[in-house]
Design a protein. Structure first.
Length: 198
C-alpha cells in the first residue's frame, strides 16, 4: 500500500484545488518558511480522522478552512481527498482506497471511503494498526519527537501498541466491555422489576 495522491481545496493555505501526486520511493517537499509544507502533512492527518484542532495548530476545527488573504475572500468549505494504492490488499478494502473528508464553516462534516459516506469510526478502523492511522507515528510533525521523549511511559506505550498492532484489539475490548456493562445494568434493572412484581 502506498500514498498515491493528496488533493485539497480550501484546506489552510490551499485555497485553489491542488493535487500532489506521489511516486513510489522518497518524496521531499521543499519551500520557503510559511509556504505550506506542514499544511500538506496536516491535510493527510486531517483526512485520516484527526479530531484535535490544536494538533493542527488551530483553536477550533473550522480554522483549517482557508481564512482568506488581503486579495482573496475566505472560503466556507474545506475538502481533502487522499488516494492509496492498495493493490497489495494491505488495507481490508478495494485495490484503490480513496478517503475524503469535508468540513463546512457551520460545522457540518462528512467522511467518505470510495465515495460511500462513512462514520469517523470506519476511517479509524480501516487504518488502525496499519501504521498510517491518525495517531500513528508514520506522520511525525514538528515537535512530535520532543513530545514523545517527554511523554509519560503510559503515553509512550500507546505508540508501541500501535506499532505492534494490538491497538485494534484493545479498542474492540473496550467497546465490548462497555456493552457488557450496559447489559449488566439492564439485567440489574430487570432483577429489580422482577423483585417488585414478586
Ligand atoms: P515552516 O518551514 O516555517 O515550518 P511551512 O512551509 O511548513 O513553514 P506551514 O506552516 O505549512 O508552512 O504554512 C503556514 C502558512 O499557512 C501560513 O502562511 C499561514 O498563514 C497559512 N495558513 C494556515 N492556516 C490557514 C488558513 N486557515 N487560511 C489561510 N492560510 C492559512
Amino acid at each position: 500500500m502506498y500514498l498515491k495522491q493528496i488533493e485539497m481545496v480550501g484546506f489552510k493555505s490551499f485555497a485553489d484545488r491542488t493535487k500532489i501526486t506521489f511516486d513510489t520511493g522518497v518524496t521531499a517537499i521543499v519551500g520557503p518558511n510559511g509556504s505550506g509544507k506542514s499544511n500538506v502533512t496536516e491535510s493527510l492527518r486531517w483526512a485520516l480522522g484527526e479530531q484535535s484542532a490544536k494538533s493542527l495548530r488551530g483553536a477550533k476545527m473550522p480554522d483549517i478552512i482557508f481564512a482568506g488573504t488581503q486579495k482573496r475572500r475566505a472560503l466556507n468549505y474545506a475538502e481533502v481527498i487522499v488516494t492509496f494504492d492498495n493493490s497489495d490488499q494491505y488495507l481490508a478494502s478495494d485495490k484503490t482506497v480513496v478517503v475524503t473528508r469535508r468540513l463546512y464553516r457551520n460545522g457540518d462534516s462528512e467522511f467518505l471511503i470510495n465515495d460511500r459516506k462513512v462514520r469517523l469510526k470506519d476511517v479509524h478502523e480501516l487504518f488502525m494498526d496499519t501504521g498510517l492511522g491518525r495517531d500513528s507515528f508514520s506522520i511525525i510533525s514538528q515537535g512530535k519527537i520532543e513530545s514523545i521523549f517527554n511523554s509519560k511511559p503510559e503515553e509512550r506505550r500507546l505508540i508501541f501498541e500501535e506499532a505492534a498492532g494490538v491497538l485494534k484489539y484493545k479498542t474492540r475490548k473496550k467497546e465490548t466491555e462497555s456493552k457488557l456493562a450496559s447489559t449488566q445494568e439492564n439485567m440489574d434493572r430487570l432483577d429489580d422489576i422482577i423483585y417488585e412484581l414478586d
